[in-house]
Design a protein around this ligand. Structure first.
Ligand SMILES: *Cc1c(COP(=O)(O)O)cnc(C)c1O
Length: 389
């Protein structure tokens, strides 16, 4: 007997046959460089907790005192009665940190991106996105109702050709540090193009903030760009800052527009105030403790040198994301499984997260890793790849 659901089962079989089946691992420990998975101790090279703050004792205790002060739930959306002193203080501290007039907190980065793009452009306008932008930016562009145009990765000439033809408001959107490649957006050329074409530039720096730049100011600090060059800056709190949530930074007019118009801000419950309290502490640590960024740089360099000696196919990354290009999805999964067997968690990233034929092992580092961890990973990689590539 066939039911509407037998189709689903057939679709699932298809997904599995292409080596694209996704499943979850159950983690029994806090986040960190070592995870407990199925009763085994596994060295973690898959996390976005780059600075090692997700389980930092000071961040944990700030969270606990936040709960003591505010309880757990925030009770409603920010615009009703959910916007606490803790949220407000965090917004002001993030504005100072990013050197922007104001900041608005969102419950997740996914929601921030959808809310911002839809608040800024709509029918009759145009949005231009790098082909390798994060899924939430692409979804935001599609949902906005504006004319949606993707340009070749980091290709400002391709972007310019399309910009000239566009009418209405024009919004250029890019990852700062690309999430699956680790390379930087060509922000200098993008900012110049935006200026020449009277377009707005929006940068999502989920993977750069806290990690890149002397003070962890991310890609805009790296390029020395202010609110004038990058009027819409989005960041997440669940990666470098180790907690949860997201924010948008920019002018008074931008933030007030988002409060009036961003539906994913207006119609959702505020994140718990205790998360904001925890983030205030992790932000302070991220700014002050330069050694975390220095350590990440050293670990990445050590890994790149070792990987080159092994003849692995690295990507031109300057960040804590160091992917190894494999190509075939099933091969990437097989190597990832062999690594897990050997005690290392390195996730295989496959289409549609990356382009067809672009499956890769996404290795990420934490400031809490040490040199011997990287040596052991390189050893395990060499063994796992024998006969597979
Ligand atoms: C993770 C990520 C997001 C989504 O942020 P969440 O807070 O996890 O929803 C958005 N953009 C980029 C580039 C990301 O890597």
């Amino acid at each position: 007997m066939t039911t509407p659901f037998s189709k689903l089962t057939a679709n699932l079989d298809d997904i599995a046959q292409q080596g694209l089946y996704r499943s979850r691992r159950i983690i029994a420990s806090p986040q960190g460089t070592n995870l407990e998975i199925d009763g085994r101790n596994i060295v973690n090279f898959s996390s976005n907790d780059y600075l090692g703050l997700a389980d930092h004792p000071d961040v944990v205790s700030a969270f606990k005192s936040g709960v003591d002060q505010y309880g757990v739930g925030s009770g409603s959306a920010h615009l009703i009665c959910g916007h606490s002193t803790a949220h407000h203080a965090l917004e002001e501290e993030l504005a100072a940190f990013t050197g922007r007039d104001r900041v608005l907190l969102f419950s997740t980065g996914y929601m921030a991106n959808i809310g911002v793009i839809s608040a800024l452009v709509g029918r009759g306008d145009a949005v231009f996105e790098d082909r390798l932008n994060h899924a939430s930016l692409l979804d935001g562009g599609l949902l906005s109702g504006a004319r949606f145009k993707r340009y070749a990765h980091a290709d400002v000439l391709d972007l310019s050709a399309n910009l000239e033809k566009a009418a209405g408001r024009k919004l250029i959107v890019t990852d700062g540090v690309f999430s699956m490649d680790g390379d930087f957006a060509p922000l200098d050329e993008l900012a110049l193009t935006a200026k020449n074409q009277s377009a707005w530039l929006m940068v999502d720096d989920a993977h750069g903030l806290g990690v890149i730049g002397e003070r962890g100011g991310g890609i805009v600090e790296h390029y020395g760009f202010t609110q004038d060059e990058v009027p819409v800056l989005m960041g997440t709190l669940g990666k470098g800052f180790g907690t949860f949530g997201a924010f948008v930074a920019g002018s008074e007019a931008l933030i007030e527009t988002l409060i009036q118009k961003a539906r994913t801000y207006i119609y959702t419950t505020a994140l718990p105030a205790a998360v904001a309290e925890a983030t205030r502490t992790s932000l302070k640590i991220a700014i002050e403790e330069n050694w975390r960024r220095d350590k990440l740089k050293k670990l990445s360099e050590q890994f790149r040198q070792g990987a080159e000696q092994l003849g692995l196919s690295l990507m031109p990354s300057l960040s804590a994301i160091q992917p190894i290009l494999i190509g075939d999805s099933q091969t990437a999964v097989d190597i990832s499984n062999a690594l897990l067997e050997a005690g290392f968690l390195v996730s295989a990233i496959r289409p549609p997260t990356v382009p067809q034929g672009g499956a890769r092992l996404r290795v990420t580092f934490s400031a809490l890793h040490d040199e011997p961890d990287v040596d052991r990973l390189l050893d395990a990689l060499a063994r796992a790849m024998i006969g597979r590539t």
